[in-house]
Design a protein around this ligand. Structure first.
Ligand SMILES: [Zn+2]
Ligand SMILES: [Zn+2]
Length: 212
């Protein structure tokens, strides 16, 4: 497993491990929009290291609506197209997780978060609760299982710690209900476990499980 560290270096178009900036998208992949219609903020992207089980070699991207910041609590059996279809306690889908191989830097850039380079380093035993990819999840409330609409059991890919702030651009509005005036958080600052379909039935077949 690998810890994901934010640097103070600005991200450039074509960088593949970033907060904000230019997402590496598949050809024809539209910029994700919330159920409310808003163009989503682009939080981060990484190349999943080759030694990560199942998903090694994929490119991971995480987006969320700049307006909507609710947690995500869904049913164990996810409905068809759950990445755009509200389910469980959610009346909208305000996040999007994409996984694909290859791709090219989008001409468009994110307008909400400061573009920063990310670096990945090997994780040690003290890094269990960090922002990281691969390995086993550090569950706060015990393991959760989710079943993809295709029938596959989703598998752990990455986790984002509680109240993890992504520095915002100066002109971007303050995020609703955020723990930090100068940053945006994902899913109201809950601990996030990114679970993804091991059969890769769709580029967006991934689910952010929340615990706190
Ligand atoms: Zn929205
Ligand atoms: Zn699936």
């Amino acid at each position: 497993m690998h810890v994901i560290e934010m640097t103070s270096e600005p991200a450039r178009p074509g960088d593949r491990d970033t907060v904000g900036g230019h997402p590496i998208m598949e050809p024809g992949q539209p910029w994700p929009a919330c159920t409310c219609g808003a163009r989503m903020a682009f939080f981060f992207q990484i190349d999943v290291p080759d030694d990560v089980a199942i998903f090694g070699g994929e490119h991971l991207l995480v987006f969320q609506c700049p307006v909507h910041n609710e947690p995500n609590f869904g049913p164990a059996h996810l409905p068809d197209r759950y990445w755009e279809t509200p389910s469980g306690e959610n009346d909208m889908v305000h996040w999007r997780i994409l996984l694909h191989r290859g791709g090219e830097a989008s001409d468009a850039a994110d307008e909400f978060l400061q573009p920063r380079r990310l670096v990945l380093r090997d994780a040690g035993p003290d890094d269990e609760w960090d922002f990281r990819v691969g390995g086993e999840p550090a569950w706060i409330q015990g393991p959760e299982e989710c079943i993809c609409a295709c029938g596959a059991v989703l598998r752990f890919l990455a986790q984002i710690p509680e109240n993890f702030g992504f520095p915002k651009q100066a002109q971007a509005p303050e995020q609703d209900a955020c723990f930090d005036f100068d940053a945006y958080g994902l899913l109201l600052g809950n601990m996030i476990y990114i679970l993804a379909c091991p059969d890769r039935c769709h580029p967006a077949a991934a689910w952010p499980a929340n615990q706190h």
